[in-house]
Design a protein around this ligand. Sequence first.
Ligand SMILES: [Ca+2]
Ligand SMILES: [Ca+2]
Length: 348
Amino acid sequence: MLLGYLATAPYPWYRIVYYADATFNARFSAIEFTRSAVLSSRTEELMIGLEKIWHNFRLCLIGVAGLSFAAGQGAAETLFTYPDFSSTAGLTLVGNASTASTSDGTVLRVTPATGGQSGAAYSTTAVPLGSGNSFSTAFQFRFTNPGGIDPADGIVFVIGTSTTGLGTGGFGIGYAGVSGNSIGIEFDTYNNGGSDGNSSNEVGIDTNGGLQDSNLAKAYGVGTCDFGGSPATYKSAGCMSNGNLWTVNMSYNGSALTVSLSDPAEGTSFTALNAVPLNLASILGQNTAFVGFSSGTGAGWENHDIVNWTFSNSATPTPTPEPGTVVLVGGGLLVVALVRKRRTVRTA
Ligand SMILES: [Ca+2]
Ligand SMILES: [Ca+2]
């Protein structure tokens, strides 16, 4: 934003313009030259000299702003985004995982809707996590075409040290028995009894290939999502197997994990894990990890499709360039352009 004009007198052929962004963080000044007065040739020479000095100074400012922006990006960045999975470059698919063409586009089908499957997909290289192993991620899933005894068994979002960790299918959700150190955030759609909180619709934290189901939460408080009932309960709002396009947002700041889900049929998001204390650096023992999904089916099944996915190594997703920075660079370019234009007009 333009804050105003400062010093002009006693030299009316220039003015210092003072800019700032909306939060007054990126203030800077610019010199604008005015040529309304009839100028002497000596003043004209002086102005040209000043314009050159200012032009070079502005280029330096723009350079500094660019470097500052780049440095900020280095501290926290989106490491990858898959708007769909028409390309799986950068991913390693394991077991029964594949891609599939659906009404959502090409999706990552971690396991297909048939019995006894186990699949996973991980980043091919270990990704650098942020400070304290912080990260954030967002993805959308859609579980379709359930069959067998009930919709089953769900997916697990995995952050681990194993390149291609694949566990057992069925109730193992492709995560049980994964080697190495890891955490798994499970989205479990089949009730295997007490360890699942007697729920077929629960979110929980698993560690190092074990199904601890810690901090278990029933999505939207809905505990039963199966073939029972008329209509079948799995079709209800809040059931992860209901075939809707669900959105998951996950954020870890180095000490606490927050996971929220959103079913469009519910209209609001549901916070399943709210700042749950977690020491990911201690669990992993390293600051890099292979990240991805596992899934399984057993006597029940469904398509477990990941529709899109983005991953960042900061607790909050990568910000878009700050408006102030854009104003700073844009304003500098504008000043340079104006100076050049005026010079062009004068020499034409
Ligand atoms: Ca289960
Ligand atoms: Ca479970």
